[in-house]
Design a protein around this ligand. Structure first.
Ligand code: ATP
Ligand code: MG
Ligand code: FE
Length: 339
């Protein structure tokens, strides 16, 4: 198969051409981070406008780099949720236009399935598989009993892990997205602050990060009020220790309950050094292979949407011209039920 894939769910405009679901012929990513930085987060209206400006440019570049024409394609994969509605619509409209004009099947892809399938470029997924998806908008444990079936077994009740990094980074004066800098500082500090680990003792696989966020912000504000200077590296190390502790504990608990041949770590926060190291060690200690997406495919990109799209197309996923954006798209999906 030769799939043209679009991804515009958030603040990256991306178009890719993917061969056989696991070979990248092109993967053009136009990021808008600079435009959103001065607002401290993604501004939906600004994001939509950038997507409109970038989408045709990215499409042309993706086809050109891959050295393919529309006649070579076997399908058009598109992220239709979850994400920002105005952003999703730009990609959906472009994908529909190409599918309509060239009589190609339109394959609807869940953004999270895309993140998980970024590992397909490393090694084919072994089922049953368990995935931890950690990004700016999501923190989910997903169990995949077999190919084409996704079950959410746990998720965040409030803030996502990446969002928490971005919010505590702001009080440290770090530009959006703060994750990479907090991660870097965390490598050189000491774990001296005792931040809370929410829900680790509860008998479920859900997460909560808002308590940790508040504790962190209160600590910094209190110090400012009394004129005390806190060590930023130590703050970052202590914060990261709490996040990693919770993510690892819950992942191991899920491993105990769900038969797993392969553990997958994906999403923007999978780039985190502390998390990668701790989780890999813990998972492999259980005798379970640990797989990550290549670093450059951890953030949003269309290559991963093409990889998931190839699998979904094999399982009969197909959309028509009425396909709409679904900002709160649920993830539980089963191939046989969709047919
Ligand atoms: P979603 O995929 O949920 O729609 P998104 O597009 O914001 O949301 P990604 O692009 O996958 O998510 O990831 C971006 C997030 O990852 C940001 O919150 C960013 O701070 C975080 N992040 C990136 N690198 C690191 C890192 N090294 N450590 C921690 N967080 C990181
Ligand atoms: Mg992003
Ligand atoms: Fe994402």
């Amino acid at each position: 198969s030769l799939i043209l894939a679009f991804e515009t769910s958030c603040d990256e405009t991306s178009v890719a051409v993917i061969k056989s679901g696991n070979e990248i012929l092109s993967n053009v990513v136009a990021t808008q981070i600079k435009s959103h930085q001065r607002f401290g987060g993604v501004v939906p209206e600004v994001a939509s406008r950038h997507h409109i400006e970038q989408i045709t440019i990215c499409l042309k570049k993706a086809l050109q780099t891959a050295q393919v024409t529309y006649a070579d394609l076997t399908g058009v994969a598109i992220t239709y949720g979850p994400g920002l509605v105005g952003s999703l619509l730009v990609g959906i409209t472009a994908a529909k236009a190409v599918a309509w004009a060239h009589n190609l099947p339109l394959i609807p892809v869940n953004h999270l399935a895309g993140h998980i399938y970024a590992t397909n470029f490393v090694t084919p997924i072994q089922f049953p598989a368990l995935a931890l998806v950690v990004s700016g908008g999501h923190t989910e444990l997903v169990w995949m009993p077999k190919e084409g079936e996704f079950q959410i077994i746990g998720e965040t009740r409030d803030d996502a892990a990446g969002e928490t990094y971005d919010k505590i980074g702001r009080v440290l004066g770090i530009n959006y997205p703060a994750g990479p800098t907090v991660d870097q500082w965390a490598q050189s500090g000491q774990d001296t602050f005792d931040f809370p680990r929410a829900m680790v003792k509860e008998d479920n696989f859900d997460f909560s990060f808002s308590g940790l966020k508040s504790a962190f912000i209160n600590t910094v504000h209190h110090a400012e009020q009394v004129g005390e200077t806190l060590n930023k590296q130590d703050l970052a190390t202590s914060f990261q220790a709490a996040v990693v502790d919770v993510l690892v504990t819950k992942s191991l608990a899920a491993l105990q309950q769900y038969p797993t041949k392969e553990f997958i770590l994906v999403g923007g926060v999978a780039a985190n050094h502390g998390l990668r190291t701790a989780l890999q060690t813990a998972v492999e200690k259980q005798g379970v292979p640990f797989v990550m997406a290549p670093l450059k495919l951890c953030g949003d990109n269309a290559a991963m949407i093409g990889a998931a799209g190839a699998m979904l197309q094999r399982h009969g996923a197909r959309a028509d011209m009425l396909l709409n954006a679904d900002p709160g798209l649920e993830f539980d999906w089963e191939a046989d039920a969709a047919r």
